[in-house]
Write a protein that binds this ligand. Structure first.
Ligand SMILES: Cc1cc2nc3c(=O)[nH]c(=O)nc-3n(C[C@H](O)[C@H](O)[C@H](O)COP(=O)(O)OP(=O)(O)OC[C@H]3O[C@@H](n4cnc5c(N)ncnc54)[C@H](O)[C@@H]3O)c2cc1C
Length: 410
C-alpha cells in the first residue's frame, strides 16, 4: 500500500496526514474549502481538556434536554423536529447510558495519551499556536455540581488524571481576574492546556505540504466507489469531474463522514451537534489585563473559555440538536456575551466575532477509529466535543492500524 487519500482537512484529517507521512506513505488530502480548518476546526473552545472527558450519556442530559426544549438560550437546546437519523441517533445515545463511566475513563485515557503526541508534533515542527499551559479550572455554582464533580474525579483518577477540588480562595489564587460571586467551588487540572486549533491545523497542513503531501483544496469528494480491491474517489474541481484510485482512504470528513460512509456500506452514525463561540478582540488596556489566561469551564452554563495570546479571548459553548444548519443565532450568542460581562466586567465585549460549528458526535461520544467493511477504507472521525483534545492520539492510532494491516498483507 503506497497511496493514501484523506477526505477532510480539519484537525483529524491534517493530523492523520502528518502521521501517515511519518510512516512513509504518499498522502493526498481533499477538502472542499480553500484552506485547512475552515469548518468545525475553525473557532472552537480551544481547550486541550482531558478534564472534560466525561461523556454526556446520562439521564440527567436527557432530562435537561426535555426541560429546556422551549428555552431558546438554554445551554442544551433540543429541537423537537424529528427525522429518522435523529431518532436513531438518540436511541443509540440512550442505549449508551450504561457505558457512561466506562466511556468517560476511555476518553480520559485517550486525552492523556494525546498530550504527549501533541507536544512531540509541536516541538518537531516548531509550531506556535498561542498555547497556554496554565491548566483548566472548572467552576461549580452549587453543591450538586460539586458532588457530581467528585464522582467524575474518581473516574478521571482511574484513567490516570489528577483533577483536584479547589475552594473559592484557591480558585482566586489560580485565576485572580475571576468574579466568583455566583460560584461555590470547583476543580482544577493543572496538566491541561488551551490553544488555537485553527492556527495549529493551518501550520501543520503547511508542514505536511512542505514535506510532500498533495493538497486538493476547493475539491469536493462527491462519491467513493470500490472495485473490490481499491477505493475510487469521484471529485469535482472547478466544476470538472474527476476519478482517481487510491490504495486506501481515510475518512476524516467531520459531520459529512456519515454520508461518505453510506456509499461504502458502513454505518457511521454521526449527528451534527451545533455550538457557538465568540472571539473577543482585546484592544484596550483593561481588557488585556483582565481577560483570564487560565482556561475555564463553567459547569452550569456549559461554557468554556481560552485566552489566545495577548489580544484574543475565546468563549464557546452550547449544544443544539437541530440538523446541519450553521446559522448564527443571536439568542444563542447572547448568553456567551452575558457570561463574559458577568465574570469579567472589565473585559470589553464590544468587538465580539461570532461563529457557529457542528460537532461530529457519535451516540457513544467515542470517536470512530478503524477499518470499514471494504479493503482500504478507514475512519478517523466522530470526535464530538473533543476533536482538538483527542486528534493527536487518534491520528496515531489509525496510522498504526493501517501500517499493521499493510505489513500483514505483505
Ligand atoms: C462551539 C464548539 C466548541 C468546541 N470546543 C472544543 C474544545 O474546547 N476542545 C476540543 O477538544 N474540541 C472542541 N470542539 C470540538 C472540535 O472542534 C471538533 O471535534 C473538531 O474540530 C472536529 O474536527 P474534524 O476534523 O472531525 O471536522 P472538521 O474540522 O469539520 O473537518 C472536516 C473537513 O472535511 C471537509 N469535508 C467534508 N466533506 C467533504 C467532502 N465531501 N469533500 C471534501 N471535503 C469534505 C470539510 O470541508 C472540513 O474541512 C468544539 C466544537 C464546537 C462546535
Amino acid at each position: 500500500m503506497k497511496n493514501i487519500a484523506i477526505i477532510g482537512a480539519g484537525i483529524t484529517g491534517i493530523t492523520t496526514a502528518y502521521q501517515l507521512l511519518e510512516r512513509g506513505y504518499n498522502v493526498s488530502v481533499f477538502d472542499k474549502n480553500r484552506y485547512a480548518a475552515m469548518e468545525t476546526s475553525f473557532a472552537n473552545g480551544g481547550q486541550l481538556s482531558a478534564c472534560n472527558a466525561e461523556v454526556w450519556n446520562s439521564w440527567s442530559t436527557i432530562g435537561k434536554g426535555i426541560q429546556w426544549m422551549l428555552k431558546k438560550d438554554a445551554p442544551l437546546l433540543f429541537s423537537p423536529k424529528m427525522n429518522f437519523h435523529k431518532a436513531r441517533w438518540l436511541i443509540s445515545f440512550m442505549s449508551n447510558i450504561p457505558n457512561h463511566k466506562k466511556n468517560t475513563i476511555l476518553t480520559a485515557k485517550m486525552a492523556i495519551e494525546s498530550r504527549d503526541e501533541f507536544k512531540r508534533i509541536l516541538n518537531k515542527e516548531n509550531i506556535k499556536l498561542d498555547l497556554e499551559e496554565k491548566g483548566i479550572l472548572h467552576l461549580c455554582d452549587n453543591e450538586i455540581s460539586l458532588i457530581h464533580g467528585r464522582k467524575v474525579n474518581k473516574w478521571l483518577n482511574e484513567a490516570g488524571l489528577s483533577r483536584k477540588e479547589v475552594s473559592i480562595d484557591e480558585m482566586i489564587s489560580i485565576e485572580p481576574s475571576l468574579n466568583l460571586k455566583n460560584f461555590v467551588g470547583g476543580f482544577y487540572t493543572d496538566s491541561d492546556m488551551s490553544g488555537d486549533i485553527h492556527k495549529f491545523t493551518m501550520l501543520l497542513a503547511q508542514a505536511c505540504m512542505n514535506k510532500g503531501v498533495t493538497f486538493y483544496y476547493e475539491t469536493e469528494v462527491k462519491k467513493i466507489n470500490h472495485d473490490k480491491k481499491q477505493p475510487i474517489i469521484s471529485f469535482t474541481q472547478s466544476d470538472n469531474k474527476h476519478k482517481q484510485n487510491y490504495d486506501a482512504i481515510v475518512i476524516c470528513a467531520g459531520v459529512n463522514s456519515k454520508f461518505l460512509a453510506n456509499d461504502l456500506g458502513d454505518n457511521v452514525n454521526i449527528y451534527p451537534v451545533k455550538g457557538y463561540s465568540i472571539t473577543l478582540l482585546l484592544e484596550d488596556r483593561d481588557s488585556v489585563d483582565h481577560a483570564p489566561y487560565v482556561s475555564l469551564l463553567d459547569d452550569k452554563a456549559k461554557i468554556v473559555s481560552s485566552r489566545l495570546g495577548k489580544n484574543r479571548f475565546r468563549v464557546a459553548g452550547t449544544a443544539e440538536f437541530n440538523g446541519y444548519n450553521k446559522d448564527i443565532r443571536a439568542d444563542r450568542i447572547n448568553p456567551l456575551i452575558k457570561w463574559c460581562n458577568e465574570l469579567f466586567p472589565k473585559v470589553s465585549t464590544e468587538h465580539a466575532i461570532p461563529w457557529a460549528g457542528l460537532r461530529p458526535m457519535t451516540p457513544s461520544m467515542v470517536p470512530r477509529v478503524g477499518s470499514g467493511k471494504l479493503p482500504g477504507i478507514y475512519y478517523n472521525t466522530g470526535h464530538g466535543h473533543l476533536g482538538w483534545t483527542l486528534s493527536a492520539f487518534t491520528s496515531q492510532q489509525i496510522s498504526d492500524h493501517i501500517l499493521r494491516q499493510d505489513n500483514f498483507e505483505h
